[in-house]
Design a protein around this ligand. Structure first.
Ligand code: TTP
Ligand code: MN
Ligand code: MN
Ligand code: MN
Length: 362
């Protein structure tokens, strides 16, 4: 029997939020990449539960303090059951995972992957388009049932596919700061998402905007969007408003299924923003948070998605609380809001050790 000398930062748990995960795994990189291929294929296939199992296993392998050397060793990790364990065994004996290789070579998955990258298109629509026989973005544009957002997504596909460097993002942040603060000097503008987690390249820019005067937040979204349009920065609104029960039908269904926590009650505008220096249309997600909800909004929008999911599960199952971007709540009847004054406060109240944003990359 083997005992492992585990790195203190490897915590064998099903809650990824309880341990720090850096951007780049030190070990098991090759294995992780192959498992990510299978995980993504499961998502594209609509097997969300199964995809989730892979995400747990992948997250655990990313922080494991050395290269896995045997099936038995792998199986001691929470989240690695017989199925994924067998893939690891295949990897250890052949240097690859046959199923991942098949997926990579499959024309079907390549097509589904491209379709699912279109803004406003989820896995369901991607599969529908594939079943209709479409093979390219150009062919999808002729579909007679496109929603307004899907049409925009297809038209902006090439631009949105271009990743933003940190410098690209800084350029947009400078504009947002300048434009918003001429109108509201006390506004707080915080970049979140992958940028805040330290990613070198991002698909979009996520920004939480707040104001110390609670009532100012009421008009913030409308005013900011208006001035950004007037100044010629904002080209399209991809989503605008509050995805409350009332206007739920206006939210592209793909947004709800692919981003479960879109259902926070925060005002938001997902927009297409022209980057001046390149004239490339960039995707910018603006989130408005009343001052009292600023800490949870920043925490909830920093991600990663898996980190957020694990916080929500931990709060619910281990603390009988609800964590959402619009607040932290005690699950008593009636549900009671817990006041928080900082991101750190949320960790403290939940009893989760502080994790730096750069270490939330599970
Ligand atoms: P994303 O911008 O989708 O992801 P990301 O910033 O981690 O990576 P990318 O470079 O591809 O943009 O979402 C940012 C975080 O915001 C994500 O971790 C989860 C959260 N989020 C919500 O809470 N609600 C939403 O509706 C969306 C879209 C994201
Ligand atoms: Mn992002
Ligand atoms: Mn994204
Ligand atoms: Mn985003």
């Amino acid at each position: 029997d083997m005992e492992f000398d585990l790195d203190p930062c490897f915590i064998n748990t099903k809650y990824e939020c309880l341990r720090p995960t850096p951007l780049k795994p030190k070990y098991n990189q090759c294995l992780v990449e192959l498992l990510e291929v299978i995980e993504h294929a499961r998502e594209l296939n609509g097997e969300e539960r199964n995809a989730l199992s892979y995400r747990h296993a992948i997250a655990a392998l990313k922080v494991y303090p050395r290269n896995i050397e045997s099936y038995a060793e792998a199986r001691k990790i929470i989240g690695i059951g017989p199925k994924i364990g067998n893939h690891i065994k295949e990897f250890l004996t052949t240097g690859t995972i046959p199923e991942a290789e098949e997926i990579n070579a499959s024309e079907k998955y390549q097509t589904l992957d491209i379709f699912s990258r279109v803004y406003g298109v989820g896995y369901k629509t991607a599969r529908k388009w594939y079943q209709k026989g479409y093979k390219s973005i150009r062919e999808c544009m002729k579909d007679p049932y496109l929603t307004h957002v899907q049409r925009l997504g297809l038209e902006l596909f090439d631009d949105f596919q271009k990743k933003m460097s940190r410098q690209d993002i800084q350029e947009i942040l400078d504009i947002l700061n300048k434009v918003i603060k001429t109108m509201y000097p006390d506004c707080m503008i915080t970049p979140v998402g992958g940028y805040r987690r330290g990613k070198e390249f991002s698909g979009d820019l996520d920004v939480v905007v707040s104001h110390p005067q609670e009532t100012v937040a009421n008009n913030l979204l409308k005013d900011i969007v208006e001035i950004l349009i007037n100044k010629g920065h904002l080209k399209h609104k991809l989503f605008y408003g509050q995805p409350s029960a009332k206007n739920k039908k206006d939210v592209p269904s793909e947004l709800i299924s692919s981003h479960k926590n879109i259902m926070d009650n925060l005002d938001k505008c997902f927009c297409a923003f022209i980057q001046p220096s390149t004239q490339i249309c960039r995707q910018v997600d603006l989130i408005i948070a009343p001052y009292s909800q600023y800490p949870t909004a920043v925490l909830g929008w920093t991600g990663s998605k898996q980190f957020e999911r694990s916080i929500r599960n931990f709060a619910k199952k281990e603390r009988k609380m609800t964590f959402a971007s619009h607040g932290l709540f005690l699950n008593v009847v009636p549900r009671r809001r817990v006041c928080v004054t900082s991101e750190k406060d949320v960790f403290d109240i939940l009893g989760i050790p502080w994790v730096e944003p750069e270490m939330r990359n599970c």
